[in-house]
Design a protein around this ligand. Structure first.
Ligand code: FES
Length: 157
């Protein structure tokens, strides 16, 4: 069937940027939520930088938009309100503290589990904020709660 070129390629649509709000508003609230091509994301404004990620925590689907931001090992992280997992705002890495069992008195060291939460791209144009979904082809743990049966849209708890 000839669609006459009027139908947009679904893949292109998924990765086109979407307007999510005004810069002046997020600078006041320091966070906002949005649905971008059927995927729920949270956008943080933290110390002059914007960060967008899947809204549901990779661990068990906790609501990251209700978490606090804290620095761990000098890296700003969102702390999930459910079980306190720490996720770096810039890269979506899960951080944990490791202890050397052979030296229990040694100071615990912050380590990365790798990228666990999918990070999306934020752009600002003329005071408008846009989010472009990540098209990184790896399987990210947070995809589980952002797609399929476990997806929850417009959640508040
Ligand atoms: Fe986020 Fe468990 S659901 S830490």
């Amino acid at each position: 069937m000839d669609l006459g070129g009027s139908e947009q390629d679904p893949e292109m649509k998924e990765y086109s940027s979407v307007y999510v709000g005004r810069e002046e508003d997020i600078k006041k609230s320091e966070r906002m939520t949005a649905v971008v091509h059927d995927r729920e994301v949270v956008i943080f404004y933290h110390k002059g930088d914007y960060h967008a990620m899947d809204i549901r925590c990779y661990h068990s689907g906790g609501p990251l938009h209700l978490g606090e931001i804290e620095d761990f090992d000098g890296r700003p992280c969102i702390v999930c309100p459910w079980h306190k997992y720490k996720i770096t705002l810039a890269t979506g890495e899960g951080l944990y503290q490791s202890k050397n069992p052979k030296d229990p008195s040694a100071k615990p060291k912050w380590c990365s589990k790798g990228i666990k939460q999918r990070i999306h791209t934020v752009t600002v144009d003329s005071g408008n904020i846009y989010v472009t979904l990540s098209k990184e082809p790896f399987n990210c743990d947070s995809d589980f709660y952002a797609t399929g049966d476990f997806k929850v849209i417009k959640s508040s708890s």
